[in-house]
Ligand binder design. Sequence first.
Ligand code: SAH
Ligand code: F3S
Length: 472
Amino acid sequence: MLAKTLEINKKKKRISNSKKFSIISYGCQMNVSDSEVVASILEQIGYSHTNEMHDSDLILLNTCSIREKAELTVRKKLESINAIKKNNKNLKVGVLGCMAERLKEKFLIEEKIVDLVVGPDAYRDLPNLLKEVEFGNDAVNVLLSKEETYADINPNRFNTNGINAFVSITRGCDNMCTFCIVPFTRGRERSRDPKTILNEINTLVKSGYKEVTLLGQNVDSYLWYGGGLKKDFTKATEIQRKTSVNFAMLLKIVAKSFPKTRIRFTTSNPQDIDTEVLETMANYDNICNHIHLPVQSGSDHILKKMNRKHTVKEYRKLIKKIKKILPDCGISQDMITGFPNETDDDHLDTLKLMDYVKYDFGFMFKYSERPGTLAAKKFDDNVPEDIKQRRLSEIIDLQLKHSYQNLLKYRGKTVSVLIEKESKKSANHWCGRNPQNLMVVFPKNNLKLGEYAKVKVIDNTSTTLIGDFYYD
Ligand code: SAH
Ligand code: F3S
């Protein structure tokens, strides 16, 4: 009897072992990081990863809802996957991430285009949900959690270069910017246990990784007090308060514990990045001098409607402080054009702010109304498409001008570059970034991937520094 059971178990294992999954991530780095958590969970139940969709038993799309265009891209992909499915009846398809959370069972019950719908906080339930799929049942879990940070899961970094890794430190967002879907799809903000963050980085460093980016929607708001939501910190006990760890403290511990590892972090919200964080950056050479500091608009009237929690004056003051404490710090932005009621004057204020800060680079978008957000409920999406586009082109042009001017200042200087990959344009050149997060391309010679190079900048475009020779 026992022998028979063992035989059956072995068979089962063989069957499950042979299953392959592929996973495609859309949108932000958080999704890439979550896909690595999903990969780890699936491998524990015998699935193995493949990059070949045609070779997969399970295809997962880790989706993004941030703008309408992002959702359309996912829908197009689903159409092409459904074509594959017609020739492979056993293929299962799942939607993960923000679109799963936003549209819930609509994909499954109304549209019948996928087998599995899993929200960002429900990945631990994947083994059960896959069983339901095998039994032919609906498999949906879009519950948001107060605690989930996947703290104990060691992400499976498939598709890694073995040099750079993202380590998630917070999940969710409480800021409720009126245009943004993230608080609805990723839930309330919570922080991850610092011990598990250090353990994960330790594993990475031991396996040869050279750079770690601490990741969250709002990293500067990190606060560990034993678990639970950030907003419930008001109910914390005296001991929890005394032993709590904020972002500056976490950054310090990480920088100190891994002195040879480059440390980056993203994203910072202007109202949360404080002097302690800036001073920590100044005190530790291995923390890269770059801050991604989205502002969205340079007009107070628009910032208020966006529920951004600072004024233009406060933002300018912060920029001044950053430049004082970290004179060589790279600063980048996110901007939105055509938010409801944005006038030409508001737009000119944005250009004015850009002229003041002179960002090194930025990510610029046309406003896209997201169903369910406060902006969608309260404001008319009333800036015509052609005006949104014109304003977008103007801020992109100005950004390119500033980027070029900023990069020009590096000419003749020597920069420290971590070699990350081969240049796309030339097999004889390496590509990597300097601490300010600027791309640097330079001749390979005898240097290797993962090594640091001192590169002399001889030329630049508005996005790339070009190096000639180097010293070791
Ligand atoms: N704090 C987050 C922000 C995520 S969204 C982070 O980790 O980066 C990234 C950027 O998308 C935002 O800063 C904003 O510029 C843009 N964005 C968000 N919602 C948008 C919308 N409805 N329309 C256009 N752009 C949007
Ligand atoms: Fe979105 Fe604002 Fe949070 S842009 S992710 S609600 S900081």
